[in-house]
Every structure is written in C-alpha cells, then in structure tokens.
Design a protein around this ligand. Sequence first.
Ligand code: DGY
Length: 321
Amino acid sequence: MKPKVLVTREVFDEVLEYLAQYVEVQSNQSDRPMNPEELAAALSGKHGAVITISDRIDAALLKRCPDLKVVCNVAVGTNNIDLDACRSAGVMATNTPGVLEDSTADFAWALILAAARRVTEAESYLRKGAWDRWKLKQLLGMDVHHATLGIIGMGGIGRVVARRAAGFDMTVIYHNTRPAPEEVEKQCRARYVSKPDLLSQADIVTLHVPYTPATHHLVGKAELAQMKSTAILINTSRGGVVDDTALIEALRNGTIAGAGLDVFENEPKYNPDFVTLTNVVLTPHIASSSRITRHKMAMLAAENLVAALTGSVPPNLLNPH
Ligand code: DGY
C-alpha cells in the first residue's frame, strides 16, 4: 500500500503527477488555506505532507497526527515549523534551499531600484492622469550606482544580492552573526561591519536573515533612528524581522527616505497604514515567485517527501536524528 500524503495548497500538475507515482495524494488544488483545525483533520492518517509557509506545524498539531513521518516546506524559511516539536515527535522536516536564491535576490534588486527611483509612485501618478508636463524636479529619486549597500544576513540570498551590486559600482558592507569566509567576502566584494556601523553608513539596507526569536524586530525604532535620513530599507526576508509600526512612523516622519517591502507582520493582514504612504513599495511575498523557481521549489519539496517515505534520507533534512 502506498503511503498517504497531503499537499496543503495548490501546486503544479507535474508535481502531483510525480508524487502519484510513489504515494497516494490528497491535494488542495482549490488553494483555500486551512485553519489549524482543518489542517489537523486533513492530516489525520497521513504519512507525509507538502506544506507552505502559511501552515503552522507545532506540537499541538503533531500530537493529533501520530502517523505523520515527514513535513516538506515549499520554502527555504522554516519559521512556520517547530523543529524541536518535530524532533520530539519523530517527524522529519525539510525545506528548499539552493533553488530560490537567485530569484529572491533579483526581486530584492527590483525593490531596491523601485524604492530608490520611486517607480511605483511615478506609475500611479501617471495612471491617475496627473502628468501634465515634463519637470526638471519631477519625482527626484536616489542614485543606486556608487551608493553604499548594507546587507544584513550574508547567507545564500544575501551573497547573491551582494554579487549583483558590482554592476552598480557600489560599496558593499554586511553584517552577519559571524563574518563570512574570506573567499566569500572577495567574491561579493563585501566588508564585514558591526550592525550600528552598517545602519549609519548604508544608503540601502537590505535584510536577508531567517525569522527566529533572535531576529524578531531586528530593525525597530532604535535601528531606524541610526539610519541616514536619505536611506531606504528593503525587506524580502520575513515579516517580524522589522517592527512594522516603527517603520510606518519612520517613513511618515522622514527618519528614513523610503522602503521596499515584500513581507509583513501578520501577513496577509498587513498594517493598512502602509498603503497611505507614497514612499514605500509594497508587494505580496512574491520574491521567489518566478515561474521556474516556484516550480523548482514545489518539485524539491515533493522529492524530499518521496525520499523520506521510501526509506532514503531527504536531501534537505532539517532535523537529522
Ligand atoms: C521562502 O522560501 O522562505 C520564501 O519566503 C517563500 O516564498
């Protein structure tokens, strides 16, 4: 008998076809997110699950799913999974590193350029028919070329963001829990600095850290106050890394010049005050969402699941016993 698995959200047909060769699949192609109660009910009797960042896997849920052996996140971030609870319950957990760094870094650059050059603000000005003449001082923005880029979090994505900066002749500084190896610094042309130095020197601060208790509100009122008033903040990491209330205040009173945000506290219920501001570019958590990358992420999660349920070690196992 094939193991039974749940795919909690819509995925590509090829992923379901691949899974069906090895496991009996119940999928949620209607894509309606399940609340914890519905998720627990749907997981009952399942041996594995392909999950997304909106599915919370914790001790309470695991207690109700004694047959579960593996949960496979379609994401590199894992803050929706309580890894300790998984370990105690003997449930393997996996993520999708190695397939989304380039696309996510590309999107960080899209936000950098859009926020610095006021692209969305300019577009909405044009769309509403307000453009009546060319003006020398129209929608003046900030130059990205030759600016100082400050990267907080020099993991896979941060490193790609840094490498892209060479094309803009930028100075790159970074902060991380520990300095990156020398060859990485060389490749990225990046210099390690303290967090206060990064905040006070960078024209663009971009965040690429995982969301953990240690990174909760890593950028809040005090950090925003340390940034240049001409600087912009970019967040493609996770909501919660930035204190959104403090950021709204800083954008409103000119503590910093602008922001580009793909992630929010309590998303998708972001703070509505953001949309009242013109100096912030807002997108709905799509940094990894190129057609090819999202396909690779879903397929990798499926491969992890099949490996786990056919007796192999999943390639991206997060909690080896
Ligand atoms: C990730 O991989 O963690 C992304 O945020 C999911 O879109």
